[in-house]
Design a protein around this ligand. Structure first.
Ligand SMILES: Cc1ncc(C[n+]2csc(CCOP(=O)(O)OP(=O)(O)O)c2C)c(N)n1
Ligand SMILES: [Mg+2]
Length: 572
């Protein structure tokens, strides 16, 4: 048997696995299909062969491709590495799509691979045939359909380069059945492994704009940082802290920007915007004479539809890696294009020796007022349990390294506003690009694989639960120590609250039946509790969070339209 000759050529499917390995991929989330059989066989065979550096890739079997993509997204957010998901042709491609587009719009690098019908069966009414190139094009930063096995190494290198350089984003590759069986030269299987993590190849800012920014920073009386997800994506937290301290400049964040600054520190303002912002915090935005947006698109939620800051009320410095961002929503005085870490480091360098102190009592007062109202509601023993109580208890119980994932509905505004992130880096996230229900359960599973040593918690509404419940089986099968918290109000509460404030309480088609989510979880094999009494909540959450296996806590909760949610449209 000529082993050398055999080793010189790989099958396309083997080359795919090897290309993932050389980019440092350790785990893939996905679901099998007919067109994926060669890929699965390669994954199986390459589990334990090859050199010590070529360890196998762990495959996490999911129950739905949408959740495979959400898992890859959660994994990428906490690990700083590319998340990879896969599914078959046809329905596998249409089902993987929601996770792909959320990641892409949130600047999270995930790679989705859908296998496909053979090149030689195209255009013949072949079962599951679909134009994956056109389908995925507007949803991804980069995509390709393979036609020849020899192109596999080059296409995978391009995918990783495009995901992790510049503004991070999602990539998609369609991998036809016969391409998986064709030959690839082993010598072609190589990569720059640094492209497996992000940000790769940071871009530094133009000094001309640094000088302009310094002039504004020196002159400003009440500057304010508004940080988006770009600070955490870039790992720019320590540069931000240094600059903020030098300038004595408060730091507000968007929802995705939570983790830019330790929220316990005096300079931290908290979350601004229509979802999670409160009137006290808004007053800090309104009184700024200079706003420095960092890694933030100044979108509709952060700026309350471009009203806070009011256009023209403050000078604006806008730092972003994407040249298309500064100037899109506000007239900016200084556009600073580059990686956030390098931009902030350059500003620190140019401000060496500068040291301003300012009175931060207005920030302190705003936060005190906000949290006093919150704590008063959290202390209530009324039933149904108030959402404030849930956040209050998790603030008390979770240690600082925990990762919390929040779905839309009740969780997002409440946790964005009141969950205090202790430390920096990604410790809290929500799917803020499209805010699709049913994200957090799977994203938390993915996050667990990205940071297995910490406690991961998903908080979801009952609407979200209905959209992701199947993945409880995945968590149970893999014995993952993840805790799921369900906020039960038997309604699409967010929309019902909108009908209350905007449509004269004409509630229409927003209520659904009561489900005992704890019993559902029990049927899947997870330990679970249903809590109706606020005084029982602390003990139950503590027990659930201490568990080494999956747990679910179903909390019968005050519906949003009766609550005092930190959502500006309803507060008004
Ligand atoms: C996939 C999807 N469909 C519809 C919506 C619109 N939507 C936003 S919030 C919401 C209600 C959320 O209900 P639930 O998960 O029960 O949370 P609650 O608001 O009741 O706390 C809906 C339907 C959405 N965000 N995502
Ligand atoms: Mg609900």
């Amino acid at each position: 048997m000529n082993k050398l000759v055999e080793a010189a050529t790989l099958t396309g499917a083997e080359a795919v696995v090897e290309m993932l390995k050389v980019h440092g991929v350790e785990v893939i989330f996905g679901l099998c299909g007919d067109t994926s059989l060669p890929l699965y066989d390669a994954l199986a065979r390459l589990q334990d062969v090859g050199s010590p550096s070529a360890r196998g890739i762990k495959h996490v079997l999911t129950r739905d491709e949408r959740h495979a993509a959400y898992m890859a997204d959660g994994y990428a957010r906490v690990s700083g590495r590319v998340g990879v998901c896969e599914g078959p042709s046809g329905g596998g491609a249409t089902y993987i799509l929601p996770g792909l587009v959320e990641a892409n719009e949130s600047s999270i690098p995930i790679l989705a691979i859908n296998t496909d019908v053979s090149v030689n069966s195209r255009n013949r009414f072949t079962l599951t045939e679909l134009d994956q190139r056109t389908l995925m094009r507007p949803l991804t930063k980069w995509n390709a359909v393979l036609d020849r096995s020899a192109d596999i190494p080059r296409v995978f290198r391009k995918a990783f380069e495009s995901m992790t350089t510049g503004r991070p984003g999602a990539a998609h590759i369609a991998l036809p059945f016969d391409v998986q069986n064709g030959p690839v030269e082993r010598a072609e299987v190589w990569a720059d492994p640094t492209l497996g993590a992000f940000p790769a190849r940071r871009v530094a800012p133009d000094v001309f704009f640094i000088d302009l920014a310094i002039k504004l920073l020196r002159k400003a009386k009440q500057p304010l940082f508004i940080c988006g997800g770009g600070v955490v994506l870039s790992g720019a937290e320590s540069e931000l802290a240094e600059l903020a301290e030098k300038l004595s400049c408060p730091v507000a964040t968007t929802i995705s920007g939570k983790g830019s600054i330790d929220e316990r520190c005096a300079l931290s303002v908290g979350v601004v915007g229509s979802n999670g912002g409160t009137p006290e915090i808004r007053s800090i935005v309104d009184s700024a004479d200079l706003v420095i947006f960092v890694g933030c698109r100044a979108g509709s939620v952060t700026t309350e539809r471009w009203r806070h800051p009011a256009p023209g009320s403050a000078k604006i410095i806008h730092i972003d890696v994407d040249p298309a961002v500064p100037g899109t929503n506000y007239q900016v005085d200084v556009p600073l294009v580059g990686d956030a870490k390098l931009c902030l480091a350059a500003l620190n360098e140019a401000l060496q020796g500068f040291d301003r102190s300012s009175d931060l009592s207005r920030v302190e007062n705003a936060k005190r007022e906000k949290f006093e109202k919150f704590e008063k509601l959290a202390a209530s023993n009324d039933m149904p349990i108030k959402p404030e109580r849930i956040v209050f208890e998790l603030n008390r119980i979770l240690d600082k390294d925990a990762v919390v994932v929040a779905d839309p509905g009740t969780p997002c505004p409440y946790f964005s506003a009141y969950y205090v992130v202790k430390g920096t880096g990604r410790r809290y996230f929500s799917n803020r690009a499209h805010g699709a229900l049913g994200y957090s359960l799977a994203a938390a599973i993915g996050a667990h694989f990205g940071r297995p040593s910490v406690k991961t918690v998903a908080v979801m509404g009952d609407g979200s639960f209905g959209m992701c419940v199947g993945e409880l089986e995945t968590a149970v099968r893999l014995k993952l120590p993840v805790t799921f918290v369900v906020i039960s109000n038997a309604a699409y509460g967010w929309i019902k609250a909108g009908q209350k404030t905007g449509y004269g309480e004409r509630y229409f088609s927003v209520d659904f039946g009561v489900t005992d989510h704890a019993k559902v979880a029990e049927a899947f094999g997870a330990r679970s509790w249903r809590v109706v009494d606020p005084s029982a909540l602390h003990g139950v959450l503590k027990e659930a969070l201490n568990s080494k296996s999956p747990t679910l806590v179903d909390i019968v909760c005050q519906p949003l339209h009766e609550a005092r949610a930190p959502v500006s449209e309803w507060v008004a």
